[in-house]
Every structure is written in C-alpha cells, then in structure tokens.
Design a binder for this molecule. Structure first.
Ligand SMILES: [Fe+2]
Ligand SMILES: [Fe+2]
Length: 367
C-alpha cells in the first residue's frame, strides 16, 4: 500500500480521466517518420562542429548531444516508475496517460540524435552499446511518489528538457538547419508535455489544496533523470549553459509562472507553496525564519500567503498575474481601499526585496 497520504475525490478522478481523454484526442503533431527520413537524407553535422560559439569545444558539443540522446532513450525506465506509482495510488488516469500517450511520444525523441551521431561518424555498434547501457541502469525516482509529486516533477522535467532541445537547436540553426529543425520539433513535444502535467497538477490541487505540501516536496527534491542515470554528463550542464546562450532570468520566470499556474493561478497558494519550499530548504526571508513567518501568517488566518505569492510574482516580473485593485476601486469606500492597497503594495515590495529565490538551476546538476 501507499505510504504517503494522497486523497482526491472520485469526482476529481473523473475530471482527470476526462483531461487525459482530451489530451489523447489532441496530441498535436508527433515526430513523423517522414521527418526522420528527410533528416537522414539532408543532414550534415560538420558545419555545426566547426561554428561552435566561444566557450564550447567539439567535445562539449558531442557530450551535449549525447546527454539529449541518452536521457531520451531511457523513456521506459521513467514510464515504469510513473505507471507503478499510478497503480499504487489507484490513479488509472495517470497510468493510462503514461502508457498510451506519453511514453509512445517520448520513444521517438532519441532517434534524431542517433542520426546526428551517425552523420558525425559514430558507429551503430558504439551507439547501441551506450543506449543499451543507459537503459539497463536503474532509474531511482527520488522526487516523491504520489501522483501529484509525479505530475509536478513531470512539469519541471519537461520544461527543462524543452529548454535543452531549444538550446541545442540554437547551436545548429545556421550551421545544420535540418538538425535544428528536428530538435525544435522535439522541443514542441516537450512544451505540450509541460502543459499537460501542469494541468494535471492544477486539477489535483484544486480538489485538495492540502496537496500543496507534496508539490513543494517534489520541487525541493527535484532531480533531472540525467542526474540519476548519467551524472557525469548532467553535472557538466551548468558549465555549458552560458555558452549555449541560456537565459536564466527567462527560465526562472517561466518556471515560476508554470508553478503558479499549476496551483490554479492563486497567489495565496503560490505564497503557501513558497513558504513550504523555503521552510523545507531552510531558506531565510530576510531576517525572518520561514517557519516562523509561516506560523505568523497562519495565525493571521492566511491572507498573508497571498501577499507572499504576490511578492514572489513581483520579484519575477510577473505582476500582471495579480490585479492591481488600486486602479479599479470606486464608490465611497474607495479612498480607504486605495490606502489599504497602497500599504499592501509597500509590504509586497518589502517582501519581494527580501526573497531569495532559488528555482531551478541546482536542478540541472547536483547541488
Ligand atoms: Fe522527450
Ligand atoms: Fe517529454
């Protein structure tokens, strides 16, 4: 039996089943065999090797492509974990999603990278061996077991993978456009996966806000699968990212936005999550211990969480996510509302100034 509590009403199970139905009916364009044939017939990787940006060696480039190919080839290792946990937590919607939709899609993602290596002169035998060895390694999933842990993990993992294929495409767009095209096609698939997992989390959290603790846990314990299966390669990623042109601010904003959306777009819940994460990591919000701040906000009956969530979004430049009621207030009480909101704005700014956000990058490698 499952050891970590996870409860959602049967009505929500049905809504999740319906979401998986909708996903199944609208899977978008999978990577097609014709695209792979086209890639094989036109591919020329040499110019890409010869025009690498400063800071990236040929060896780096090979290892960057290797990490993409090998983490993608282990789809079934991940699918086994997801489907096992889905069965343990009696969540047939997740089992079905993984088995019928996600895994078949993912299984096509390593093939284009294999073609790139063949084009660069690698032998079939060598690639077969590396793929086999990676698949034989045991994938131990440490980001938490319940379906909401899995869907939270899935969202972050897919987002970072989306980013990875995009950065690779960027390295090849002028020098090997066929390769860049296919990397971008895989990226599009990962974008869809990100959104699907986000929506699954949102339905679960909406039905049971008590699951926010699990979401926080999944974020804190997050590790890229590459860290488990290919730590030597994965740990080089932070060193490669600047040369690949990674935009950290943009990624942080994307991640915060996704997390916020996975909590149903509620600033109160984002605040609650942020404090759960901060307490779990022992992060400090200015001079205040997050555990104490959480207790204080709880005592205030909770509205403070909204403020912390707003501060998080403000800090990330995502303030369009919360309305500014100062503009909209009218009627006799409007001046008081405005005063309260001004004060709230000041507090929000104060909290935002003190937030030390750590989202994402240690996720790329061992912290
Ligand atoms: Fe993939
Ligand atoms: Fe994916």
């Amino acid at each position: 039996m499952s050891s970590v509590s996870y409860e959602i009403p049967s009505e929500t199970q049905q809504r999740l089943e319906a979401l998986v139905d909708r996903i199944e009916a609208n899977q978008g364009r999978l990577v097609e065999p014709a695209e792979l044939e086209e890639l094989q017939s036109k591919l020329n990787m040499r110019p890409a090797m010869e025009t690498l940006p400063p800071g990236l060696s040929e060896e780096d480039f090979i290892e960057i492509l290797k990490l993409a190919m090998l983490t993608e080839c282990a789809t079934d290792s991940y699918a086994n974990v997801i489907e096992e946990q889905a069965a343990t937590y009696a969540s047939p919607w997740l089992e079905r999603f993984s088995h019928d939709i996600w895994a078949p899609d993912e299984r096509s993602h390593h093939t284009p990278y294999r073609y790139m290596f063949l084009n660069l002169g690698f032998s079939d035998a060598e690639l077969d061996r590396e793929i086999r060895e990676t698949r034989e390694r045991q994938y131990i999933h440490g980001s938490g077991d319940t379906p909401v842990h899995i869907t939270t993990f899935g969202m972050i993992q897919e987002y970072l993978t989306d980013n990875w294929h995009g950065l690779i495409a960027g390295l090849m767009k002028n020098s090997a456009p066929e390769a860049a095209y296919i990397a971008n096609r895989i990226k599009q698939r990962e974008t869809l996966h990100t959104v699907w997992y986000r929506d699954m989390t949102a339905l679960q959290v909406e039905a049971n806000p008590g699951l926010i603790g699990h979401v926080g846990e999944a974020l804190v314990r997050f590790k890229m699968p590459g860290q488990v299966l290919l730590p030597d390669l994965q740990n080089k990623v932070p060193g490669w990212l600047p040369g690949m042109g990674a935009d950290f601010d943009h990624m942080t904003k994307d991640l915060v936005r996704l997390i916020h959306e996975s909590l149903g777009g509620s600033v109160r819940r984002s605040g609650e999550l942020l404090l759960a994460v901060a307490a779990e990591k022992g992060m400090r919000l200015g001079p205040v211990d997050p555990g104490h701040l959480r207790t204080a906000l709880n005592r205030l009956g909770g509205p403070g969480y909204g403020l912390v969530g707003e501060a998080l979004l403000l800090k990330m430049g995502l303030n369009s996510f919360f309305e500014d009621p100062v503009q909209g207030a009218s009627g006799p009480a409007a001046p008081i509302h405005r005063r309260v909101e001004q004060l709230r704005g000041v507090l929000r700014g104060w909290v935002a100034d003190r937030l030390e956000i750590e989202v994402g990058y240690e996720s790329y490698a061992e912290a």
